[in-house]
Design a protein around this ligand. Sequence first.
Ligand SMILES: [Zn+2]
Length: 240
Amino acid sequence: MTPPARGPATSTTTTSPTVAVAVAVRKSIPQHAPVPRSLSTRTLPFAAAAAAAAVLALPAPAQARPGPEPSSAAAPAPCVSGEGPESRTRNNSVDEGEIRWSDGTVYDDARAFAVSAEGWSYRGARIAILPDTAVTSDDLAFVDYNGGTSANAPLGSYQWRPAFGATDRVRFNRQKLNARPYDTRDFRRFVALHEIGHALGLCHKATTVVSLMWKAAPSTPVTWVPDTDKANYRTLWGSQ
Ligand SMILES: [Zn+2]
């Protein structure tokens, strides 16, 4: 199965074992670009969304707790042009209602925060996000890599690997996450949340909505699951 195109491939994809794999993976890797220098000159919707994000950040809990399904007043948002639609069978790491993950990253705080985020980790959640064990299959590996330091190098990436037995990956670009301005707890948590969003099947969203899933990182990292993303999750997987 060939992953769908995910927009223009970038030149920052790392080398893969074979040409065929490289092409497939390249197309399936949604990547971050850091905030462009022209950010302050962006259009009003972007500024409005950023302002809303800053407000919404205030009541966000520092750590997710088990609880009832969170409420969401927002409608689901469409994928950006060239992506989607969101699908239960493509571009996600869900296997029989679970994502079993393994830990190969040094960014443990970000990983732990993302897998237990209140927006998709709650009592009765449709998709369980749990550590891999000896008797489960490893659906998603958290790993670190050197993804470059250039202005358009990704902060992290998600690799959907649909081949039978292949483990999908959330990859943290240590060259970015160990350098300013991304070497903070909150930026690392944001990157982890965004990539888990992909693992749950979410595509990139326009900056006209408050979402974890903007293609480029916001200037203020989003460290919770916004209502729009909860709505997309529910639309894709059901609420209970
Ligand atoms: Zn992405």
